[in-house]
Design a protein around this ligand. Structure first.
Ligand code: GLN
Length: 197
């Protein structure tokens, strides 16, 4: 029997509530997380979309940057969407000054890569790992993945650019599955968390 994993959503900034709802629908016990001590109670963690510069500043302010780097390094399953994807990149192509990341995926991301004229769009994204047809991808000033290291699995591309990746227990998408009623990506992550238990 599969248990109910406890999955936190980093609640410093961004679309926390939508992820809590999607995780609950995917069969997880979901809760917002703000403090380092709360990380001990988690089987997995989601980094929401929002604004990565702000998220980075708040993570430093709340003393979360180092503890989260350590957790990810020691195998805590994490899923980042959009700004959360940026926070999981080992390197940002065009960081604002002082913009730090948690890291965890050997990739270089380009912020706001899909451009101003297209600040927001939806597109069907084929993810071969996920059954049931393409996922509706909501892209909001989304990053893309410029390049990946050998250990990174590319899960999906859109318009010739990498938009979903996985490295071991760390998952990231440029788009926001939490904004649609389709919870397959959250279910995929919940399964990753269960597999790690
Ligand atoms: N462009 C934002 C950033 O750089 C990300 C946007 C989003 O999360 N929807 O953080």
């Amino acid at each position: 029997m599969m248990g109910t994993p406890v999955i936190g959503v980093l609640a410093l900034q961004g679309d926390v509530r939508e992820h809590l709802t999607a995780l609950a629908a995917a069969g997880a016990a979901a809760r917002p997380v703000r403090r380092p001590e709360e990380l001990d109670e988690l089987d997995g963690l989601v980094l929401p979309g929002g604004e990565s510069t702000t998220m980075s500043k708040l993570a430093t302010l709340f003393g979360m940057l180092e503890p989260l780097r350590e957790r990810i390094g020691s195998g805590l399953p994490v899923y980042g969407t959009c700004a959360g994807m940026i926070m999981l990149a080992d390197k940002i192509l065009d960081p604002r000054s002082g913009q730090g990341t948690f890291g965890g995926i050997d990739m270089i991301v380009r912020r706001n890569a899909f451009g101003r004229q297209n600040e927001s769009f939806e597109a069907a994204v084929e993810i071969p790992e996920i059954d049931g047809g393409p996922v509706e991808g909501v892209f909001i000033r989304a990053p893309w993945v410029e390049s990946v290291g050998a250990r990174v699995q590319v899960l999906a591309e859109h318009g010739g650019h990498i938009v979903a990746v996985r490295q071991g227990r760390v998952l990231a998408t440029s788009f926001h599955p939490e904004l649609t009623g389709d919870h397959r990506v959250h279910r995929y992550f919940a399964d990753m968390v269960r597999d790690a238990q």
